[in-house]
Write a new protein. Structure first.
Length: 157
């Protein structure tokens, strides 16, 4: 038997979920790399606060990428591990050379806005497939990211 048989999920119904998870994984991997760059390159006002915050964000993003990859495996897919493929698939674009905190936060907020939209779509797909675990995962991400958007927006005023 396949894992999906034990999970009582239909392979046909979860294919769209797996495909969306593949795209989300690529976006999170590029976002992770961007956050590492912000962490390394940040200078000036707010350095001490932002350097640490960017590290927290990239650690969280790495954890989410791992969770997404594991969810792909649970649903019978195989997660991609080549960065060249992430760059081909991801809608999040690589960013480098950002040294100002307000500019880095602007990029982060734009990325969160995009990710939140994609996660909402994925949540709906997963719900239609009866995949409550992916629904819960996306709900958890949305809860955390909405709060982070609020906090970063408040910081960047």
């Amino acid at each position: 038997m396949k894992t999906l048989d034990y999970l009582h999920l239909d392979e046909q119904k979860v294919q769209g979920v797996v495909s969306a998870l593949h795209s989300l994984l690529a976006d999170f991997q590029v976002f992770y790399t961007n956050l590492r760059g912000f962490h390394w390159d940040i200078e000036g006002h707010g350095f001490f606060v932002l350097h640490g915050k960017f590290e927290d964000l990239y650690d969280d993003t790495a954890e989410k990428a791992d969770q997404i990859a594991e969810r792909i495996l649970m649903l019978g897919g195989k997660p991609e591990n080549r960065f060249s493929e992430y760059l081909r698939v991801a809608k999040v674009k690589e960013i480098s050379g950002v040294t100002r905190g307000d500019e880095a936060i602007g990029h982060i907020l734009t990325t969160y806005s995009y990710l939140i939209g994609e996660e909402r779509k994925l949540l709906a797909l997963a719900s239609e497939a009866g995949d409550e675990a992916t629904v819960a995962l996306m709900s958890d991400y949305l809860k955390e990211q909405e709060k982070m958007v609020w906090m970063l927006t408040a910081y960047n005023k």
